[in-house]
Design a protein around this ligand. Sequence first.
Ligand SMILES: [Zn+2]
Length: 103
Amino acid sequence: MRQTQILGEYLALDDAGYLCRRCGHRFCGRDDLWKRHARFRESPCREDVLGAPVSPREDGAVVFRQFFCPGCLTEVDNEVALAGSPLRWSFRPPERPTDGGRA
Ligand SMILES: [Zn+2]
């Protein structure tokens, strides 16, 4: 049996999938994107949201995404992304099979 991998302050991965290190909530299996199973908040990238200076952009389409554990509401991860872009695969297991892998 594989050991639990610590992926972040509040996120871990074991044989069954992704889980919260604080409350043990299970987000999903290893092959799914855990962020889809988290509570999610998306805010405009503004100085009052980020608490840091933000350079204005012509398109204004950058968002700040936060992902919370549904069990304990801890913020597990966040990302800055273009509005409408797919969620990032952060903490993807390196051994995850690729599409159309070996026969
Ligand atoms: Zn939790």
